[in-house]
Design a protein around this ligand. Structure first.
Ligand SMILES: [Zn+2]
Ligand SMILES: [Zn+2]
Length: 209
């Protein structure tokens, strides 16, 4: 569904986000190894995978990275991830955290990102703790945070279940970091997006952590 003008939220167990401006950007790639739901959605709105410029991966969990290899097959898009997460996506390093051994097809990361960096229209906010190199992305033009799994909005805004966090304390510090930013809207890997006054909800949550 089109959540904001030019921002599509594609429900694929973990949310995939498509941002359309003068460029086409995908954030995360679903749990499906064939990327089927994403490719179907793109076809429906007449977006060609070969026109994507960047595929951002917020973190290397299977519900965010599994479709990457399939989508890359039809696309010259550059894969972008935080520097620390890159080696887990390419599987140069073995992931040692929950939910266990990785099964996704190894895919090289073309662009290694650092905290605060701007890339293809989105600002990198490093939010480790869920995984070692998790990141969120800020679309400053739309005042939109694409949180990834830095927080969860399945039954109100809260931290992710600690069974899936490699470092629960660091995960909470990352939520507190997000709470210092201003953004109106937020999209989550899991749970409904928030339209309006989103950063106020993060500030409330940060106080409770
Ligand atoms: Zn997830
Ligand atoms: Zn995750």
């Amino acid at each position: 569904m089109e959540f904001l003008n030019g921002v599509h939220v594609i429900e694929t167990y973990a949310t995939t986000t498509l941002v359309i401006d003068d460029r086409l950007v995908l954030v995360d790639t679903s749990a499906d190894a064939d990327g089927g739901k994403i490719l179907d959605y793109l076809a429906k709105i007449k977006v060609k995978p070969k026109d994507l410029s960047t595929i951002f991966i917020t973190h290397t969990h299977p519900d965010h990275v599994s479709g990457l290899a399939s989508i890359k097959k039809n696309s010259p898009a550059k894969v972008a991830a935080h520097r620390i997460e890159a080696d887990f996506i390419s599987r140069k390093k073995t992931w040692d955290g929950p939910p266990g051994p990785q099964r996704h097809t190894p895919t090289p990361v073309d662009v290694s990102l650092d905290d605060g960096q701007m890339h293809d229209g989105l600002r990198v906010i490093f939010t480790p703790g869920h995984t070692r190199g998790s990141m969120s992305l800020l679309d400053e033009t739309r005042s939109l945070l694409i949180a990834g799994d830095a927080a969860n909005n399945e039954s109100g805004l809260r931290s992710m279940d600690d069974r899936y966090n490699i470092d629960p304390k660091q995960h909470r510090e990352s939520i507190k970091k997000l709470a210092t930013l201003h953004f109106d809207h937020a999209i989550f890997g899991h749970g409904e997006p928030i339209k309006g006054e989103a950063s106020a909800k993060f500030a409330e949550l940060a106080k409770r952590l």
